[in-house]
Every structure is written in structure tokens, then in C-alpha cells.
Design a protein around this ligand. Structure first.
Ligand code: 6R9
Length: 658
């Protein structure tokens, strides 16, 4: 049965619990109706909940496909996350409740965070980082990561966070693409009890990053140096974070560094994401619209209140971490749990132990994690008191109805609404989601667009499909939308606004979806050559490029295959150059090679050697057939193939591989 058929049979529906609705931010008003009446006015109202230095008078300037929001206003993102709270009753409230994987803990109040960010902004000043300069951040999930991001925002520098699991080469390419001036890293991070030597990786990247002038190194765990050679510190280039902070604190002046007044359309950050070519795209987000989108969605989708303890389990290396660990929750003054490590370290109840310890009330995670919890069994959550939870969220990939039901019962105790939130790096903020006090949920459906967001299901010619399967489109601009791709505006236009001819106003996210009779959306996944492995976007071309980079490989084709836990796993079909023979060792070597080139998240699960790849008569690799082979399905029509025999032999080999 296809995904679509399974979802068509899903008819369970969960109305919002009345007690939840009664206390929710949405109580007593119809925000869907308000927003539908005048979306721009709705967004302007949301924007006015931020603190502006110079209030805006213009709302939207839309010259498809380029939008500007609130373009004559000025504000500062760090001031919205900090300054406005420390002047009021949240001053001594916990902003970040942090736990490291080895068990070390720190709590920073809003005041603490405000102080740290100010000091760090002074450090940036002293290193000559100016408004508009790019700063790369390659850190584990430690409070300094948040301080670094907000410090950049404070001085108007553009941060580019690179996930700590990415390889030196991936880091190098991202630094070079946007010519970052400064790199902020750490001596180490921890993952499943292992030390991740970030500074050593960074040093390899730094061999080929001419734009980097300075490197700041956080000492992740003072006093625990023994288990890792002390990183090499290059005199004049590398600086210890704690020394710089100490100097900034003792410079005889006030610790306050006034926030830079940023135009609403000034850049806040760049975040790289995979696309259909081998080169990741630097997604550009600006200040006013982005902050409006993340603050409004955080408030209404997570129904955040001052009493809540909110935990988003993402890494700040991904957009979910940017929008829903840092900017959204801090803008609304939430208490956020931040955890460094793996969910099964030292034991499989680590997440539930953290929920119990801090009394987490709102929990936001990914389906891949939920499927792992299901597999590990109910005894792990059952060991811990999860009774404080009141709302659950899901993001990153489609959540299958069984995982939804398991999450609902075993984590939510049957009482917590679940918000399945569809969005992307490019959208900046949540786009399709239930509002937990308003929208009835259906397991597996992200439900309906957030107020002020317009979506539609279109066929390839742009005709609307009221009910059934089609291509998802966003049909109006929204404040937190990407503004361009760094250094490549043509690619921005091509990738996102050229799907439907003559309609540069329609945004194409690359996802397929289904719409049911109630107008609910059921996201089916990517329709382009982008994989979603455990919630991480990986381009097939990136993996293919990494494979052909190996001297033994002549050609490679990569497809995603259904995987019980990860959603999709990577299967690669490889032809070898003459003189090279297939072997188990070579297979392992190629898997390692990809991990080295891109990062462990891109390591293929399967590699199949083949004398040839199935191609159409025009020479295109037929990925659909390879996917059928990788997933063990009967083969469809192969008549358009140049050589149908290739497929039969591939299929046979696949079935007989160990
Ligand atoms: C936030 C984030 C975006 C892609 C997106 C889609 C998939 C995200 C989803 C979902 C179904 C959801 N996706 N949320 N699919 N239901 N609730 O994940 O950003 O890393 O850019 O990935 O993830 O395919 O296009 P990003």
C-alpha cells in the first residue's frame, strides 16, 4: 500500500481538550478569522509584539519573488530576546536550563544571559567584527552556542551555524561560501560518551579558509582535559573564549554593549541546507520578519506561558534549533531546556529523566526519535514522572500515525495535544500546524496553515487540487520567508519560484502532500532529489559527489529507501573504475569516505557495486527504478531503459547481498 493509501484510511480525530482550549493564548478570539480577513494586518499586529527601536510604517513590499517586510523599521534580535525581559519581571527567571551529556549542568537566568551576551558582543567588537560581517559557529549544544548567536545579532554580525557533526570539508565550504571572518568553536563536545574533537576538525578546515582572521575556542569542560590532547592554539589567531570574556569583563567599563539598530531587512543569519545540486544553499534570513514569524508561532503553536518549561530537542546546527531553541522561545521569555547529547546515553530513559528533573511541560522532538523510543519500549518513559507535560510537538519529517498514537499515549498520557509542525529552513518558522487549543488533530496530518499563511495543493500545471494528492505550494509571502540564497539570487528564483510558469508569486517547497475533505494537509515528503534521513536533509547529489571523489569510483547514483527508524536511509549504487574490484573492504571504505567528506549523517546504509547503472535512452539515471530495487519492490515499466538487463541484474545482486 502506498503512503497515500495508508493516510487515506486514517480517520481518527482528536478535538482539543476543553481545559486546554480554555487556558490557551487563543481563548476568546478567532485568530484564524482575524488573519484571514487581512493577513498583512495580522502580521503587523504580530510584529508589534516585538520591541522596535524605530517602529515600522510599511508592512509588505512584494515584488514577486522578492519580499520585504516592515522595511522602514529598526530593531535588534538580541534586544528582543534579552533586554526587554531584564527590564521586567523575567529578569531573574531561568532562560536556559542546560545539561551536558556527561551530566554537568548550568542554569542561566535572563539576567545571566543578558550579561554574557553583552560581554561577548564586546569581545566581537574588539576582534573587529562589524555589522554585516559573517561569523561561523561550530559548537556543541552548550550555552555558549546561544551566547555566540545572540552576541552576533547584538553587533549586527551575520552568523552561520554549522552543525557540529559536519566534517572539516563541509565546514570549510560553508565558511568559504560566505567568507566568514571569525570562527567560534570548542575544544570538544560529547556524543554517546565519546569526545567529539571539534577544534581538531576545525583546524583541518582552517587550512583552506583564507577569510578567517580569528578563532575563538570554548573550553567545553574545564578540568577534564585529561581524556583529550589539549587542542593546538595558534598564536595570534586562536583565542580562548574564557580569556576574552574575562578581559571584556575587566576593562573598567560598563559590561553593556548597546544593541545595534538593525533595519528589519538587515541579515540576521545564513544557514546552509541541502538542495538538488551538490552545493548546499546558504539560506538568508533577515531580522524583522524572521523575529515576527518565530515569536508569533512560538507563542501560539506552543502556547507558551511564563510558567512553562519548554524543551526542543533539536541541535542549534539546524533551523529548528535557531527558531525554536533560540530566537522564538527567548523572544517570548520562555524557560528553555537545552541538552547536549544523545537520547540513549547513558540509558534509554535519558530524555524522560530530563523531563522529570526539570518538570518539562512542552516537549518538541522529531519522528525519528519517537520511532526509536517506540522500538526501545514503554518501560523507559514509564520509569519517569511525565505528568507535567501538557503539549507535545513533532517536526522534521512526516510522522506516521502509529508513531503519533504511541507519542500521544506513552509520552502524553493521552491528555496532551500534539502539534505536528511542517516547515523548512527556508520558511524560517512553522507554516502548517494545529493550534493546540483550537484545531482538532488527526494522526499523521500537520493539519492547516498557521494564521496569515496561505497554502494550496497544485498539479504540475498550477491548477488547484481541492482534494487528493499534489504539490504543496505557499501562495502568499510570509514575514519569516528566506530572502535569497547567499551569493546566488538566480538559484533562489529558480529553486523556489519557478515551478509554475508565469507565477513567480508561488513558492514551491519541494514537498508533495495530500489534502482531505476537511482541507487538512498530509505531507508526503520530498518530490525532488533531496533525502530526509532521520530528519536531516541530504541531497542525493552531495552523496554522489562524495562517492565519485573516491579514486575507485567511476559513477554513483544515490536513492533513499524506507527505513523503520530513520524514515529514509541512503542506498548507493556504484560503478567502479577499471582496475578496481568490488569487495567488503571497499564498501566500508566508501561508506567511511562519504562520512569523512560530508559528516556521519550522510554515511550510506547500503552500497551496491554494479557494472552499469540503469539509464534512459537520453542518459538520465533512473532513480525511481533504483529506489524500487533498494526497497525490494517488483519492478515497474522498464521499457524506456537503454538496457533493461542492467536492472534485472542489479535487483538480483541487491537481494543477495549480505
Ligand atoms: C524544520 C525542518 C524541511 C523538510 C520539509 C519536509 C520535511 C519538516 C515536517 C516535514 C512532514 C512535518 N518536514 N517538517 N514533513 N511533516 N511536520 O525540518 O527544516 O531541515 O529544512 O527540512 O523536512 O520534507 O521540506 P529542514
Amino acid at each position: 500500500m502506498s503512503d497515500l493509501d495508508v493516510l487515506l484510511q486514517e480517520d481518527r480525530s482528536f478535538p482539543p481538550p476543553p481545559q486546554f482550549s480554555a487556558q490557551a493564548h487563543t481563548a476568546g478570539a478567532d485568530i484564524y478569522r482575524d488573519a484571514a480577513r487581512d493577513p498583512d494586518a495580522f502580521w503587523a499586529r504580530m510584529a508589534r509584539e516585538l520591541t522596535w527601536i524605530e517602529p515600522f510604517t510599511r508592512v509588505l513590499d512584494w515584488k514577486p519573488p522578492h519580499a520585504q517586510w516592515f522595511a522602514d523599521g529598526t530593531l535588534n534580535a538580541s534586544a528582543n530576546c534579552l533586554d526587554r525581559h531584564v527590564d521586567g519581571p523575567r529578569r531573574n527567571k531561568a532562560a536556559i536550563v542546560w545539561e551536558g551529556e556527561p551530566g554537568d549542568r548550568r542554569t542561566l537566568t535572563y539576567w545571566d544571559l543578558y550579561r554574557e551576551v553583552n560581554l561577548f558582543a564586546k569581545v566581537l567588537d574588539r576582534l573587529g567584527v562589524k555589522k554585516g560581517d559573517r561569523v561561523a559557529i561550530y559548537l556543541p549544544m552548550i550555552p555558549e552556542a546561544v551566547v555566540a548567536m545572540l552576541g552576533c545579532a547584538r553587533v549586527g554580525a551575520v552568523h552561520s551555524v554549522v552543525f557540529g557533526g559536519f566534517s572539516p570539508e563541509s565546514l570549510r565550504d560553508r565558511i568559504n561560501d560566505s567568507r566568514c571572518k571569525l570562527l567560534i568553536t570548542a575544544d570538544r563536545g560529547y556524543r554517546r560518551g565519546q569526545v567529539v574533537p571539534l577544534k581538531r576538525n576545525a583546524d583541518r578546515a582552517l587550512e583552506e579558509t583564507p577569510s578567517i582572521e580569528n578563532v575563538i575556542v570554548v573550553r567545553r569542560r574545564p578540568g577534564a582535559e585529561g581524556d583529550l590532547a589539549f587542542p593546538e592554539i595558534v598564536e595570534g589567531r586562536d583565542h580562548w573564549w574564557h580569556r576574552l570574556m574575562h578581559d571584556a569583563e575587566h576593562d573598567g567599563e560598563s559590561f553593556v554593549r548597546e544593541p545595534e539598530a538593525m533595519n528589519a531587512e538587515d541579515l540576521l543569519y545564513i544557514l546552509y541546507t541541502s538542495g538538488t545540486t551538490g552545493k548546499p544553499k546558504g539560506i538568508v534570513h533577515t531580522t524583522g520578519g524572521y523575529m515576527t514569524g518565530v515569536a508569533a508561532t512560538t507563542k501560539y503553536v506552543f502556547d507558551l506561558k511564563d510558567e512553562d518549561v519548554y524543551w526542543c530537542t533539536a541541535d542549534i546546527g539546524w533551523v529548528t534549533g535557531h527558531s525554536y531553541i533560540v530566537y522564538g522561545p527567548l523572544a517570548v521569555g520562555a524557560t528553555c531546556v537545552v541538552y547536549e547529547g544523545a537520547p540513549d546515553w547513558p540509558d534509554k530513559d535519558r530524555f524522560w529523566q530530563i523531563c522529570e528533573r526539570y518538570g518539562v511541560t512542552i516537549f518538541y522532538t522529531a519522528p525519528t526519535a519517537i520511532r526509536a523510543f517506540m522500538k526501545w519500549g514503554t518501560e523507559f518513559p514509564a520509569r519517569r514522572d511525565l505528568s507535567r507535560l501538557r503539549l507535545l510537538g513533532s517536526v522534521g519529517e512526516p510522522i506516521n500515525p502509529e508513531a503519533w498514537m504511541w507519542y500521544h499515549e506513552h509520552i502524553g498520557g493521552g491528555r496532551c495535544p500534539i502539534v505536528d509542525t511542517w516547515w523548512q529552513t527556508e520558511t524560517g518558522a512553522i507554516m502548517i500546524t494545529p493550534l493546540p487549543g483550537v484545531t482538532a488533530t488527526k494522526p499523521g496530518s500537520a493539519t492547516v496553515p498557521f494564521p496569515g499563511v496561505s497554502a494550496a495543493l497544485l498539479d504540475s500545471l498550477g491548477k488547484e487540487i481541492p482534494e487528493g494528492g499534489g504539490l504543496l505550494a505557499l501562495t502568499r509571502p510570509w514575514p519569516s520567508m528566506l530572502r535569497t540564497i547567499w551569493g546566488d539570487d538566480d538559484r533562489y528564483v529558480q529553486t523556489y519560484f519557478s515551478k509554475w510558469e508565469g507565477r513567480p508569486d508561488l513558492y514551491f517547497p519541494g514537498d508533495g502532500a495530500k489534502r482531505d475533505a476537511d482541507g487538512y494537509y498530509w505531507i508526503l515528503g520530498r518530490v525532488d532529489d533531496v533525502l530526509n534521513v532521520a530528519g536531516h536533509r541530504i541531497g542525493t547529489m552531495e552523496v554522489e559527489s562524495a562517492l565519485v571523489d573516491h579514486p575507485a569510483v567511476a559513477e554513483a547514483a544515490v536513492v533513499g529507501k524506507v527505513h523503520e527508524l530513520k524514515g529514509q536511509a541512503i542506498a548507493a549504487f556504484v560503478t567502479l573504475r577499471s582496475g578496481h574490484q568490488p569487495s567488503g573492504e571497499l564498501r566500508d571504505e566508501l561508506r567511511e569516505h562519504v562520512a569523512e567528506k560530508i559528516g556521519a549523517i550522510a554515511r550510506p546504509d547500503d552500497i551496491l557495486f554494479s557494472a552499469d547503472l540503469p539509464k534512459t535512452r537520453s542518459g538520465k539515471i533512473m532513480r525511481r527504478l533504483l529506489r524500487d530495487i533498494a526497497e525490494g519492490r517488483a519492478l515497474g515499466d522498464t521499457t524506456t531503459l537503454a538496457d533493461p538487463g542492467v536492472v534485472a541484474s542489479l535487483k538480483e545482486q541487491y537481494e543477495h547481498q549480505e
